[in-house]
Design a protein around this ligand. Structure first.
Ligand SMILES: C[S@@+](CC[C@H](N)C(=O)[O-])C[C@H]1O[C@@H](n2cnc3c(N)ncnc32)[C@H](O)[C@@H]1O
Length: 286
């Protein structure tokens, strides 16, 4: 921190340090400088009443330099909240989003409604949806599929962090439903996925395009390549009654609903996120 240059560390307070962080984040155009400064300072100094130390200041400075270079706050902090969990996140995985917390909530409700146990999370990334299901539904048996070995390493670390619930989660490396053992065919209660759904030439904010894994985002010319694949294959793996829940971009909702009915689902509903945008489809086999 430049404040450390003009003041002795012993004279600094965390409140003064935070003010400087807000200023520096404002200069680089961070979207929420005050909130971000709070996150960064609390990461460097869990006890804000404790004295400012050279070591914690150096930690803060290193984080701030990364944030100033455009790296997303979540990667700089190295962890982020998802429902009841605090997940490790780094550039090997997509940063879990609030709308995906709703998708996980829908899967939890659906599993309970069906009185089911067996649930599959396709494209688990950090493990967000799969681990939330295991943590919140104590009877759930969760299979989590991921194609990227790098992402799977992050999911494995997060699995180790959820305690006993982790014993009910299996992580599998591979391609969508084909990664599952054959005996699960026709036996799964709920399949849930937040797959890549961005069209190849869609504009993305630079914080996303430059830092988050492209293989977690892009899905062909209309962004539907992976959704088409998952929706078409899901009925063969679900039992009756059984449910598929997929996250998508608002403009894809009607197409995915139609794809679900074509694939043999008996009903398919579009649901909205907190900003009232069409955000996921719930498709059911009765
Ligand atoms: C949008 S990210 C979602 C990550 C996480 N579920 C979440 O919601 O934060 C999509 C994930 O699907 C994975 N993926 C892409 N293609 C895949 C495939 N063919 N089979 C399995 N996983 C795949 C990506 O590596 C990425 O982790």
């Amino acid at each position: 921190m430049s404040a450390a240059g003009s003041l002795a560390v012993a004279e600094l307070t965390w409140a003064a340090v935070r003010r400087e962080v807000v200023e520096r984040l404002t200069v680089v155009g961070a979207a929420s400088p005050v909130a971000e400064a709070q996150w960064l300072v609390e990461e460097a100094a869990p006890d804000l009443d404790a004295p400012v130390t050279t070591r914690s200041l150096a930690h803060l400075d290193a984080m701030l330099a990364r944030r100033e270079s455009g790296e997303p706050l979540q990667y700089v902090l190295g962890h982020w909240a998802f429902r009841t969990l605090d997940l490790l996140v780094d550039p090997r995985v997509l940063i879990p989003r609030p709308e995906t917390e709703m998708v996980a909530g829908e899967a939890i409700d659906e599993l309970r409604r069906l009185g089911g146990r067996l649930v599959v999370d396709l494209g688990t990334g950090s493990g967000a949806i799969a681990l939330a299901l295991a943590a919140e539904v104590t009877t759930a048996e969760v299979w989590a599929v991921e194609r990227s070995a790098d992402a799977l390493a992050v999911a494995r670390a997060n699995l180790a962090g959820i305690g006993r619930a982790g014993a009910r989660v299996r992580l599998v490396e591979g391609d969508w439903l084909a990664a599952l053992p054959d005996e699960l065919r026709g036996a799964v209660d709920v399949i849930v996925s937040n797959p890549p759904y961005v069209a190849d030439d869609d504009e993305l904010p630079s914080e996303v395009r430059d830092w988050e894994p492209v293989s977690a985002l892009l899905a062909g010319p209309d962004g539907l390549d992976d959704l088409r694949h998952i929706v078409a294959d899901a009925p063969a793996w679900l039992r009756r009654p059984g449910t598929l829940i997929v996250e998508l971009a608002p403009a894809q909702a009607d197409a995915v609903r139609a794809l679900a009915l074509e694939a043999g689902f008996d009903e398919a509903e579009v649901r909205h996120d907190l900003s009232a945008r069409q955000r996921f489809v719930v498709a059911r086999l009765r």
